[in-house]
Ligand binder design. Structure first.
Ligand code: PHB
Length: 388
């Protein structure tokens, strides 16, 4: 008892000696943000970092008596690098929370580190359904592909697209998208006549698109990860697919707000399903978009909102635990419900995945810019990938 109070007193004296800005180690709460800043996924890192910094700027850097310290690392979207950075952040920097995760393999590589060190991992992007099953310390604020792709299949079947070809990136989220889109389209009386998978990195879509032309489906369903949509759109146009009468549909990853405005007229009329559009007409979103653009100079996409809401769950979780991290923080975070720029959301305490509205949108030109304009909503969608 004596020893402890002596230590406490000397630590206080030290803090005082260092000046009023000095903060005791136990009063600092470190967030280790790992995102890709280079390569095909660079837009994800750029978007999430800007959103996280905006959240901190708007809400202050002190929560429940803790000073938030953000450490940002670029994993170049190579999972071995993600893993090494996560280890360093936990062991050397002693972070209280790991966050980010631009792609699925990065999240799977980090999950065991979160579990072993009992460090909460806030997944702000990676979207394969099973990620949250890989560690009880994961909470996710982005989406899952079963969640975003299922409503689009229902819409396609209802709108005369009975014969569909699917084209997905050949890894976790693409396989989820293919599986759930196909199951729902088939249940609604449609048929997937061909399921194609392209490499995740440096894909050449030309041979796939040629095959689609030959098959002449009513529609082509596409999932590619954020950052790859513009390349698909360019090749779709070069092959004259739009003129061949083949409708292009996909999850909103395809018409990503980060790239959409540069895609040109070929994107007009493309129908997608997603949890977020920068054009979402709520007051909350309008002020978010304005503040984001002012701070960063570009338009926020769905992963920016994943990052912004990821910080929200950290802040609100810390308020609930009065500054405690670890398992207590996960338990607080997984029971949260709030209004996001995307609309009303909550975390499902059973799966630690986000429950959210999925919007059907069509690309239109508004005020001289291309936007995903919402025309329908399916409310409070839970991840169908974990339905029992
Ligand atoms: C993923 O790797 O899980 C991922 C990446 C980008 C997306 C969606 C999913 O747009």
């Amino acid at each position: 008892m004596k020893k402890r109070s002596f230590l406490g007193a000397s630590a206080l004296a030290l803090a005082a000696a260092l000046g009023s800005t000095a903060v005791l180690a136990q009063d600092v709460f470190k967030v280790g943000l790992i995102v890709p800043m280079t390569g095909q996924q660079a837009t994800t890192g750029k978007q999430i970092e800007a959103a996280v910094k905006l959240y901190i700027a708007q809400n202050g850097d002190t929560v429940a008596g803790k000073k938030i310290q953000l450490i940002v690392k670029d994993d170049t979207s190579i999972p071995d690098v993600t893993k090494r950075l996560a280890q360093e952040l936990v062991v050397q920097d002693k972070v209280d929370v790991l966050a980010g995760m631009g792609i699925t393999p990065s999240a799977f590589a980090t999950a065991p580190i979160a579990t072993q060190s009992k460090t909460p991992l806030v997944v702000m992007a990676a979207a394969t359904s099973s990620i949250t099953l890989s560690s009880p310390f994961i909470v996710r604020t982005s989406m899952t592909l079963p969640q975003t792709s299922s409503p689009l299949a229902d819409w396609a079947a209802k709108n005369g697209m009975k014969k569909v070809v699917t084209l997905v990136s050949d890894y976790g989220p693409g396989i989820d998208a293919e599986k759930f889109f196909t199951a729902r389209l088939t249940a609604a009386g449609g048929t997937v006549v061909e399921s194609m998978r392209a490499p995740m990195r440096n894909p050449d879509f030309a041979p796939f698109l040629q095959k689609v032309r030959d098959l002449k489906p009513d529609a082509l369903f596409v999932f590619v990860p954020s950052g790859a949509g513009a390349a698909v759109m360019k090749q779709f146009q070069e092959r004259g697919m739009d003129k061949a009468g083949i409708k292009l549909i996909g999850t909103g990853d395809l018409t990503d707000d980060d790239q959409l405005n540069g895609m040109g007229d070929v994107a007009l009329g493309v129908v997608t399903s997603m949890q977020y559009s920068a054009y979402h007409p709520s007051a909350k979103n309008k002020s978010f978009v304005a503040a984001f653009k002012k701070a960063s100079g570009f338009r926020p996409n769905f992963f920016a909102v994943g990052g912004y809401d990821g910080m929200h769950v950290i802040y609100e979780g810390l308020k609930a635990t009065k500054g405690q991290g670890g398992e207590a923080l996960v338990n607080a975070m997984k029971n949260l419900k709030w209004e996001s720029p995307r609309g009303p959301v909550s975390l499902d305490p059973e799966t630690r995945d986000i429950v959210q509205n999925i919007y059907l949108s069509k690309v239109e030109r508004k005020d001289g810019e291309l936007y995903n304009v919402e025309f329908d909503v399916i409310k409070d969608v839970k991840d169908p990938g974990k339905a029992k």
